[in-house]
Design a protein around this ligand. Structure first.
Ligand SMILES: *Cc1c(COP(=O)(O)O)cnc(C)c1O
Length: 465
């Protein structure tokens, strides 16, 4: 026995490629991809045989085919596709943050062929890229001018580079934030070539700290919003008005990096975020915010402020590297129009979801529950929960909501079946149950969601018997 070649039943790649079972996926992927997976499967089979797992030729081929199916499922799992977000996290960065308004989606589609992104069709002459989009943003925020780049990180980078390269920018030690995904302010400063001049302490920074730090190499003062954490207790910091007054007195521009980009007051929901028009009104020279946070649009970095600064940003060579696509401009244009129309709470999915009451959500949970026919052991309840803003906005926000609570079933398996459904559904697992917060599920998706949940429960039960 021991003299036998342990790999004698290892199938050849060509042999596996002829296996009829692979026909099920062969049409949906390229041949080179399939060959690569089969090779990897054969390698895995060899490794299994090496650790003395005994297989005959049939078992070995089945082993390889199973490996290929696994790789195919992993590939499907990372293929970008629609997801029903039942996590209750409104701005879920892993799920692409703000869902776009219907009109914005339509305008993106319309812009995807040829579109007059740099032309006025009335005059037939060339105009600034996205000129109308920028002027709508200016109207909306009360600013003199606006520029649009890829995201708020790019906006920060561009602004620091254009306004302060080789010079100092004063920042409070309480604002040296990490936004996540490798975005850490000190590193952004370094990459922009500007010098970070830290003042104050983590919890207390006074106006005089800024004043004392000003020297002949100072280029600007920056305020950065603590978007994803909060400071409490023995804390103080000058407000934007005070910084602007200081900047005016000393001839220094003030940069306000708001991040979250709240356009209208959310205080009626008990949520407090800096508001872009307020920042502009306070006299910040430039104000930066994300397009896909509370603004409710596509990924973008929106810069508003004084025309001399915006014009100089536009002329900066980095601008060309950071500018956005026509499709993005179209979506921002449409989203800005919605804000300007005063109908944002009705037409912007993000605000629609945010303004749903707990009772409305509870009723939808009950409605879905009533539509499920369940095996005895599975228990579905409507429970109270809290939704979160997420996406680096309104840290610690707790928005009362309601969720469908599924128990009496393997929570991990159910969550997996939900993710593998079509469309995929993402919920959260808590204490061996699956929670599905319907705040982040659009009303129009309710029926589809109910079908997906019923199907996932069914598949989970079938798989576990
Ligand atoms: C979110 C955020 C950023 C980064 O914005 P992106 O659009 O994700 O690049 C930068 N600064 C602040 C204060 C933020 O909240």
């Amino acid at each position: 026995m021991s003299t036998d070649n342990p790999f004698r039943h290892l199938p050849a790649v060509d042999e596996v490629l002829r296996d009829a079972r692979l026909a099920a996926i062969a049409n949906s992927i390229s041949h080179p991809q399939l060959v690569q997976w089969v090779r990897a499967g054969v390698d895995a089979c060899r490794a299994a045989m090496q650790s003395s797992i005994d297989m005959d030729a049939l078992a070995a081929t089945s082993f390889v085919v199973d490996e290929v199916f696994k790789m195919h499922r992993a590939e499907l799992g990372r293929t970008q596709q629609p997801v029903i977000n039942a996590t209750g996290v409104l701005l879920h960065t892993n799920l692409g943050r703000a869902p776009l308004a219907k009109i914005a989606i339509q305008r993106m589609t319309d812009a995807s062929g040829y579109a007059n992104v740099e032309m006025n069709l009335f005059t037939g002459k060339r105009n600034k890229r996205g000129e109308r989009t920028c002027s709508l943003i200016s109207q909306l925020t009360g600013s003199e001018d606006a520029a649009i780049v890829n995201n708020c990180a790019a906006a920060t980078m561009l602004v620091l580079q254009a306004m302060a390269k080789g010079r100092e920018v004063i920042i409070s030690r309480g604002q040296l934030v990490e936004i996540g995904g490798g975005y850490r302010l000190p590193e952004v400063f370094a990459a922009s070539g500007s010098i970070m001049k830290e003042v104050g302490t983590t919890n207390r920074t006074y106006l005089r700290d800024y004043e004392q730090a000003i020297n002949e190499n100072t280029a600007a003062i920056i305020q950065v919003h603590r978007s994803n954490f909060f400071l409490g207790g023995f804390v103080t910091e000058p407000n934007l008005d005070e910084l602007v007054a200081l900047g005016k007195q000393r001839g220094l521009p003030v940069i306000d990096d708001i991040g979250s980009g709240c356009i209208s007051d959310l205080r009626d929901l008990g949520l407090q975020e800096p508001i872009v028009p307020d920042s502009v009104k306070s006299g910040a020279d430039v104000t930066l915010f994300s397009g896909d946070k509370l603004f409710g649009g596509p990924q973008a970095g929106i810069i508003v402020g004084r025309s001399n600064w915006i014009e100089s940003l536009r002329k900066n060579p980095m601008m060309r590297a950071l500018r956005v696509d026509k499709v993005t401009l179209a979506a921002i244009e449409a989203t800005a129009e919605i804000h300007l129309s005063g109908k944002a709470k009705v037409e912007l999915p993000l605000l629609q979801m945010l303004y749903k009451t707990q009772n409305q959500i509870r009723e939808r949970c009950d409605y879905v529950k009533a539509r499920l026919t369940l095996p005895e052991e599975v228990v579905v309840d409507t429970i109270s929960c809290v939704s979160e803003m997420g996406g680096g906005s309104i840290p610690g926000s707790e928005i009362p909501s309601a969720a469908i609570h599924v128990s009496g079933i393997d929570a991990q398996m159910l969550a997996e079946q939900l993710r593998l459904g079509s469309p995929a559904v993402l919920g959260i697992i808590r204490d061996d149950s699956v929670l599905l917060d319907l705040r982040t599920v659009a009303d129009v998706q309710t029926e589809l969601f109910a079908e997906c949940l019923a199907a996932a429960i069914k598949r989970t039960i079938e798989a576990s018997v």
